[in-house]
Design a protein around this ligand. Structure first.
Ligand SMILES: C[S@@+](CC[C@H](N)C(=O)[O-])C[C@H]1O[C@@H](n2cnc3c(N)ncnc32)[C@H](O)[C@@H]1O
Length: 311
């Protein structure tokens, strides 16, 4: 069992950027450490993913190591899929233990945001219903954008899906007042005061992708817009709370968390992501974590961990 990661989890502890395969690192973190977990895993490419042994263990002895499946429907869907779709089964096996860890790491008032696309989201919903319980499903957020070529043989797909689950439906933190408001579509139909205030966002968010020429751009191919993360962090954490992103990429979650006064841990296995975060999140403590434990942050050329997955 890995040792509990030495870290100061008080609001004064340093923010962390960790170069690690997330299945190796996450078990070292204490239960319930995070108020918000956002993850934007690689999408299912349809190819078989080469994966490491994904058995997850808990950080503290005596806690047991499984979160019980809650629904028979989950096993049924899983069994049916695996009988004809190897690529999906492989992706499922990749995602599931990591989402179990997300559940373990969430505080009792915590919230998970899982960012996927239309190809995976329905299966992931069944998986998360099983891991969290159906009653813990809060929302499916549609992030709609308008960019790139348009298919001519079907409705062009121009949205991502973000599933939102809470650890405990009676205790989760959600602050609607902290979220940026949107202009009314027909401001003439509401009072000038209401029009000036704007309206609360719904579960459909129109937001541009990261502009290829804008100052937010880091060059990391799958970078998500800070505006989308800002809403998530603002609504589902308080200043001083810890947030986690273990598919961190360019570190958008960390950048937004820092700007909003939250503490963060950003994990990624790809040395290029770590290089980007080294620049973008320069104030954080940078570590690498491998089977040997915490070691000094390596340079790109050392490549102590590798990801064979598309980021
Ligand atoms: C879609 S990108 C995340 C982009 C990020 N949301 C952003 O705004 O830049 C997915 C990331 O997951 C990382 N990744 C994939 N498999 C991983 C693993 N097993 N452990 C840690 N990171 C992994 C990839 O290197 C990639 O950077």
């Amino acid at each position: 069992m890995p040792a509990r990661t030495a870290h100061d989890w008080s609001p004064d502890g340093p923010d962390l950027v960790v170069h690690a395969e997330n299945t190796e690192y996450l078990p070292s973190l204490p239960d319930g450490s995070f108020t918000m977990v956002y993850v934007d895993p690689p999408f299912n490419t349809g190819r078989k993913q080469s994966r490491q042994q994904t058995k997850m263990v808990r950080a503290q002895a005596g806690d047991g190591d499984r979160i019980g499946f809650k629904g028979a429907s989950y096993s049924t869907v899983r069994g049916t899929l695996s009988s004809y779709d190897d690529a999906f089964e492989d992706y499922w096996l990749f995602l599931e233990p990591r989402l179990r860890e997300a559940w373990r790491l969430l505080a009792e008032d915590g919230t998970l945001y899982l960012h996927l696309d239309y190809r995976e989201v329905h299966y992931a919903k069944v998986m998360l219903d099983a891991i969290f319980g159906r009653e813990c499903f809060l929302n499916e957020i549609i992030w709609a954008y308008d960019y790139g070529a348009r298919a001519k043989n079907r409705w062009p797909a121009k949205h991502d899906n973000i599933l939102v689950y809470v650890k405990d439906p009676s205790r989760y933190h959600y602050d609607a007042a902290a979220v940026d408001r949107e202009p009314y579509m027909a401001p003439g139909l509401v009072t000038p005061e209401k029009a000036a205030l704007g309206k609360l966002p719904t579960d459909v968010w129109w937001h541009t992708i990261v502009s290829p020429t804008g100052k937010e751009k880091t060059g990391y191919p799958t970078q998500k817009p800070e505006g989308v993360l800002r809403r998530i962090v603002a609504a589902s954490s308080r200043p001083g709370d810890w947030v986690l992103d273990f598919f961190a990429g360019s570190g958008t979650t960390g950048a937004v968390a820092a700007a909003l006064g939250r503490r963060y841990v950003c994990v990624d296995a790809n040395p290029e992501a770590i290089d980007v975060m080294r620049r973008r999140l320069a104030h954080a403590e940078h570590r690498a974590y491998g089977s040997a434990g915490i070691v000094a942050a390596p340079t790109t050329s050392e490549r102590p961990v590798s990801s064979t997955l598309r980021g």
